[in-house]
Design a protein around this ligand. Structure first.
Ligand SMILES: [Zn+2]
Ligand SMILES: [Zn+2]
Length: 356
């Protein structure tokens, strides 16, 4: 429903598989530290597709129409009166979750765990698939001149990977096994390599994904068989000369067999990080976790310093995000991008924005 004054075309989810383009009001500067961004590229990920397909993720249920998208980069089109770090025309990666800065996790330095988080495309908050989006200046990260806005859109999944690898405390010389060779899994491999891991092993059940991983950022790949997790873990250790087991296992798949194999592939005292989101409840090899005295951690989105490091890793050439971009569609064809992700086509499809 376009009106004469509205000029903020947005891609809105109304219900399961029901999307529409809606011209909404241009967002306003709510605070002197806010900036308005003309969104240029947006990546689509599993969570967007999940809302489109099911209308909910866990306890987050889409009740009112919601703009989709949260992996974006754009150009600053307006700045609030107190903004000092950015000016109109600056190209930025957009961190799409605004923390309250007042709750205990925020004050404790873990704002990704904010109790009042307003996260793009998580109900009831609108996402970034619009012509314009508003953010506080400190949630925008200026892109160095040699980085493209397309690369800028990839800073979101890369920040997810940075946070996971930081949670795992990967250090030089370590062996890291990453389950799931989708965008986040691949980026975890790249970040672990950048952190100095000497063995990085990607695990997936799809051969094309492993073939890509092989010449992207891993030392080897592993395709599990239908055998029990303990057997797959033994074979993985043997094939990769891991002795008593890997130092770190990261799950970026959310699949139960991966979680099991991840626990069994670790050495005594190893570290396991859950990054993937699959079923909310599953069986878990708790005895192995206990007797091996594993460090088990979750990882959720990204926190202080993660976006900054993501931009640095790409800008210094330590992580290549360009190769993950396998297609770009026009804004008007946004739904096509969702269909492609759903069909498992390509690695990362971007949706172009609408120029100001
Ligand atoms: Zn995402
Ligand atoms: Zn908070």
């Amino acid at each position: 429903m376009a009106t004469a004054t509205a000029q903020n075309l947005s891609f809105v989810l109304e219900g399961i598989h029901q999307v529409k383009f809606e011209d909404r009001p241009i967002p306003e500067l709510k605070n002197a530290h806010d900036v308005i961004i003309n969104v240029k590229y947006t990546g689509i990920c599993g969570s967007d597709v999940h809302y489109w397909e099911h209308g909910s993720i866990g306890s987050f249920v889409v009740k009112d129409p919601m703009v989709l998208g949260h992996e974006s980069a754009g150009v600053i089109s307006k700045v609030g009166s107190a903004v000092t770090s950015l000016k109109v025309g600056d190209r930025v990666a957009m961190e799409p979750g605004i923390a309250c800065r007042r709750c205990e996790p925020c004050k404790g330095g873990k704002y990704n765990l904010c109790e009042n988080m307003e996260f793009a495309a998580t109900p009831p908050y609108d996402g970034t698939l619009a012509k314009y989006y508003v953010l506080p200046e400190d949630f925008c990260y200026k892109l160095p001149e040699h980085l493209s806005l397309q690369e800028g859109a990839l800073m979101e999944p890369l920040s997810v990977a940075v946070h996971i690898v930081r949670q795992a405390q990967v250090s030089p010389g370590q062996s890291v096994v990453v389950f799931g060779a989708g965008p986040v899994g691949l980026l975890c491999c790249a970040v672990a390599t950048a952190f100095g891991a000497s063995k990085v092993i990607a695990v997936d059940i799809q051969k094309p994904r492993l073939d890509f991983a092989k010449d992207y950022a891993v030392t080897s790949t592993f395709m599990p068989s239908k055998a029990p997790a303990t057997e797959n873990a033994e074979r993985l250790k043997r094939e990769n000369d891991l002795g008593g087991g890997a130092d770190v296992a990261i799950d970026a798949s959310g699949a139960e067999p991966s979680v099991h194999t991840g626990i069994h592939v670790l050495r005594n005292g190893g570290t396991y990080v859950q990054g993937g989101m699959g079923r909310s409840e599953m069986n878990f090899p708790i005895m192995a976790a206990c007797s091996k005295e594993l460090n088990i951690k979750g990882s959720f989105r990204y926190g202080s310093g993660d976006y900054k490091l993501a931009v640095q890793l790409v800008s210094t050439g330590k992580v290549d995000v360009k190769r993950l971009i396998t297609g770009t569609v026009k804004f008007e064809e946004a739904e096509q991008a969702f269909k492609e992700v759903k069909a498992g086509k390509g690695i990362k499809t971007l949706i172009a924005g609408i120029d100001a």
